[in-house]
Design a binder for this molecule. Structure first.
Ligand SMILES: [Zn+2]
Length: 180
């Protein structure tokens, strides 16, 4: 049997109307936009499926108050019950190539991967890797040593960053440095 909730969930693509997280039926409830107490109907036009916790919060507030709650979230809506539970279900957009943060944003600046690399290269003096392949394995080993992510993507990102900062110049397979 298809219930009202099933229908609403289906038309919302299985996501909460407000926070747009995947919404299992057990967590879902029907929210009357204009509350029944205020004369709202149970038509699909007045109902959405949303997280139970939010439905509870909205209760029988006026549609104006509800809009205010939604607008106060300024675009990134989080239903109250789902706060803190999302680390295990990170949307796929977050798993793309690691974005390198400037050292100032990392907090402990000295341990940012790019700073580790720069520090290591400076220490090496004249014995810096002269080939891209050697530089790649050097960075990889360094990251591993400091228990940092050392995927090929991370390493090539760091080499890009070295070039962007003007610390290294790569011609064909050869690397030259300007570490200052
Ligand atoms: Zn929700």
């Amino acid at each position: 049997m298809t219930t009202h909730l099933d229908r609403l969930l289906f038309s919302q693509g299985g996501e909460c109307f407000f926070c747009r997280k995947p919404l299992p039926k057990a967590e879902a409830s029907v929210e009357h936009l204009v509350a029944s107490a205020n004369g709202g109907t149970s038509d699909d036009g007045n109902c959405v499926a949303c997280c139970k916790a939010l439905n509870h919060l909205l209760g029988s507030k006026s549609i104006k108050e509800k809009l205010q709650i939604v607008l106060n979230q300024r675009g990134d809506f989080q239903c109250p019950g789902s706060v803190g539970t999302q680390s295990t279900s990170v949307p796929s957009t977050n798993t793309q190539k690691t974005v390198l943060k400037p050292a100032s944003e990392v907090g402990n600046g000295a341990s940012a991967p790019i700073d580790l690399v720069l520090e290591d290269l400076k220490k090496r003096g004249a014995s810096r890797p002269r080939k891209v392949s050697t530089l790649t394995s050097t960075i990889k080993a360094l990251l591993k040593q400091h228990k940092k992510t050392n995927t090929d993507g991370e390493v090539s990102g760091l080499i890009d960053e070295l070039q962007k900062r003007g610390k290294a110049m790569i011609i064909d397979t050869k690397v030259t440095y300007k570490l200052g």
